[in-house]
Design a binder for this molecule. Structure first.
Ligand SMILES: [Fe+2]
Length: 382
């Protein structure tokens, strides 16, 4: 089969247009106002993931060429990037947010796993023009791009770029050693570029550093208690949630607008703060279940998690050279800066520098920086 990236990109764009059509059909009704709002929001979700997908595909191909990897491997890694978030487009049809937990159709799966399921198990691959012997390897890159950290076979590194020869791919699910190296490299490259792109999305404001509201678990609280806790009037919360009265007893969650909120309520809880300032990568799903979870803790998590999970030294150097973290920090309005200042300084001055020092001269980030970091942590008094 002739394997051409452009052809597959066209097919992907048609699939995305189809998701857009489904959104239009789903939210077309007499009840124009509410539906129009939801439709617009869902279409924006599609736009965000479309831009993300295209950038990640382009950037991963650039990375592959910069590393002098062969043309066929470059095409495979580019198609893996093109497909890595395929489930996000279904998610925009089904749900109002990209929180995988809230998407009933995923049936407990995360979006990466669902993407794998869709492509490989349900054979969505048949719509694409991808040689059969490449499909399993690509499906693994989709499946594992969201993995918390890479271990075992997914953490192996190629010794020689000649090992990345797609000819060795058989398409069988039991991978031989040559295939394992290709799959691990696909996963590592897609993950790196995917994580970096989320940082860029903060800069373009596609992923704003400040969210308009915090979703709070009601947990049998009265509106008056919630109002007092966040320092916002009951009337404002009611208006924001379009409530006719103050009875919230049958609501699971309530939206608290951030604009007039007492900003100290967004401060990262002490236990989470201590963990992150000792470079401990906490589990996102567990954090998101906490009642005190906010988008500020989300940024703390992203910094520690992403920086510690970058696989290629050149990408970590890129973060430093492009001053990405300083630029994101500057996106915060002044009243929010104290909430994130410590984690930005710690990540820049301790985590990145320790890792670059240890991995200098190596293509991959291999060494455990834990000891160096705890030494520096002590010195800096975090
Ligand atoms: Fe993803």
């Amino acid at each position: 089969m002739n394997f051409n990236y452009e052809e597959n990109e066209k097919i992907m764009l048609e699939f995305i247009e189809d998701c857009r059509r489904q959104i239009k059909d789903k939210f077309f009704s007499e009840d124009k106002i509410t539906n129009e709002e939801i439709r617009k929001h869902r279409e924006e979700m599609i736009d965000i993931k479309l831009n993300h997908t295209m950038r990640v595909a382009e950037d991963v191909a650039k990375m592959s060429m910069k590393m002098n990897l062969n043309i066929d491997f470059t095409k495979i890694v580019k198609v893996s990037a093109l497909l890595h978030d395929i489930a996000r487009f279904n998610q925009a049809v089904w749900a109002d947010s990209f929180n995988d937990r809230n998407c009933a159709q995923f049936n407990g799966m995360m979006h990466a796993e669902y993407g794998y399921h869709l492509l490989y198990v349900n054979n969505k691959f048949k719509d694409f023009q991808i040689p059969k012997n490449y499909q399993f390897a690509i499906s693994q890159a989709v499946k594992y791009h969201q993995q918390k950290s890479l271990s075992g076979d997914l953490s192996i590194h190629f010794e020689n770029k000649k090992e990345l020869n797609p000819e060795v791919l058989t398409g069988y699910e039991t991978l031989n050693n040559s295939e394992k190296i290709i799959v691990a490299t696909l996963v590592q490259m897609v993950r790196d570029v995917d994580m970096l792109d989320i940082l860029y999305q903060h800069l373009t404001n596609e992923f704003p550093v400040i969210r308009p509201f915090v979703t709070y678990d009601v947990c049998h609280d009265h509106l008056s208690q919630i109002s007092k806790h966040f320092g916002i009037s009951e009337a404002e919360i009611m208006a924001y949630n379009k409530l006719d009265n103050d009875d919230i007893s049958n609501m699971e969650t309530i939206k608290i607008p951030t604009i007039h909120m007492d900003k100290s309520k967004l401060a990262v809880p002490q236990d989470i703060r201590d963990a992150f300032l000792h470079n401990i990568d906490l589990d996102l799903v567990t954090l998101q279940k906490r009642r005190d979870w906010t988008f500020i803790t989300g940024m703390w998590w992203r910094l520690i998690h992403f920086i510690n999970n970058i696989n290629f030294t050149s990408n970590l150097e890129l973060v430093k050279e492009k001053e990405l973290l300083d630029k994101i920090y500057e996106m915060y309005p002044d009243e929010y800066k104290p909430l994130v200042e410590d984690i930005f300084t710690f990540t820049k001055e301790v985590v990145i520098n320790a890792s670059l020092k240890i991995n200098q001269g190596s293509e991959f980030i291999k060494e455990n920086t834990g000891e160096l970091i705890s030494e520096k942590t002590k010195k800096k008094g975090y």
